[in-house]
Design a protein around this ligand. Sequence first.
Ligand code: ATP
Length: 477
Amino acid sequence: MEKTMEKIVALAKARGFVYPGSEIYGGLANTWDYGNLGVELKNNVKKAWWQKFVQESPYNVGVDCAILMNPQTWVASGHLGGFSDPLMDCKECHERFRADKLIEDWADENSYDLGGSVDGWTQEQMKNFIDEKNICCPSCGKHNFTDIRQFNLMFKTTIGATSDENDPNATGWLRPETAQSIFCQYKNILDSSRVKLPFGIAQIGKSFRNEINPRNFTFRSREFEQMEIEYFCRPEDGLRLVDEWLEHRLCFYDEVGVPREHIHILDVPDGERAFYSKKTYDLEYEFPFGIQELEGIAYRTDYDLSCHQKGSGRPLEYFDEETREKFIPHVVEPSAGCDRTILAIICEAYDEEELVDDKGKKDVRTVLRFVPRMAPIKAAIFPLLKKNGEQVRIAREIEKTLQPWMSVFYDETGAVGRRYRRQDEVGTPFCITVDFETLGENDASLKGTVTIRHRDSMKQERVAIEDLLHWLIARVR
Ligand code: ATP
């Protein structure tokens, strides 16, 4: 079975996971909306992350900060000066490219070993390489590029009513990461929540980057959601903690259905890390379009808090009551993309199974093998026959009992086999059928039981209606 992005994108749209944004107006390139099932999946991912790293952690607390911040934040953090990508235009067809990605894509296609990432290269090195290798424009095939220039990725906006949209006092930025608001609120959290080192501040929220080449479905978009933790610690603990975080994060991916064996761990070598980082791991996943980053886990030393202390003029030191020391904490940052996690979960879950029926007829079953916790619908409920009033009544009653506990779906149309297939395609782990046995019509001992059909094995078993809620809760939480 070949897992292609075409199949995944088509299924995602057809079944209500992800639609192209503002499609009725011809769309807006590379914007995406989560549909009725997509939003459930997304909520499940965010819930699992929050539960593991906030609810169940004795060390971490959460925040939910504003997207717009005082513009001085971005001066101090270095984003205004340096958060840019190397941009070049094709002079023939006027298409724009990221020079680093052009080189990486060319190297991939030509099995050329770059000896590492292009991240640490200068503009001149990139330009020379593109000329030496005669790398051509992916759109028109010509080799005639402008010089490389730096393009800031932050989205600019105007805050408040002003007659001049370039008024510097009215200029604001949509945050390109959630992390900086955590650093800005670090002191308030310290003062209001009685946390002690080591502790983490976690946040899930939207970020915006004016990407030069958004692509690969939701993988690289201009508006996306991040799940970030800034874990503050003593300087001597940073290197140990970055390894511990790597383990915690791999466990998380395992739990949500991206097995750790499918994650490539890149220990980013010296010279390719940000200058302030003493250690960085990139976690990469084998997407159908190539091995690409899911998350970065970086030991960022005291760089961020020091920048904000300097920029704001406010003391951001930590006072250790036991040792009587005052110092700026160091930080380890696991920074994950929510949309990339979702995409990895869908890619991992997608399967096509060849089946042969009783008459020897071949068929293909499309199934999303989500771990039950991530499945948008936990259980589907069917009356075997929609004309049978008693079956319908019982099925509706089961629906009502389960609804406060999990997302369920009632379906009475079509043959039961077709109903199973529809649920397979959206990854529902269990289908519950109220049939004649439930009514005690064929075998009195089965009265009050239902058929449960398992998505993966397609095996069926009978469970008493009164045990159903607990049976399901044990399997879908
Ligand atoms: P890339 O090299 O792919 O642009 P990055 O190294 O710039 O990513 P970070 O700044 O480390 O990314 O951001 C942390 C995480 O946020 C990434 O690992 C990714 O999961 C997510 N992310 C970043 N940019 C995007 C985007 N344009 N679309 C979707 N998710 C993104």
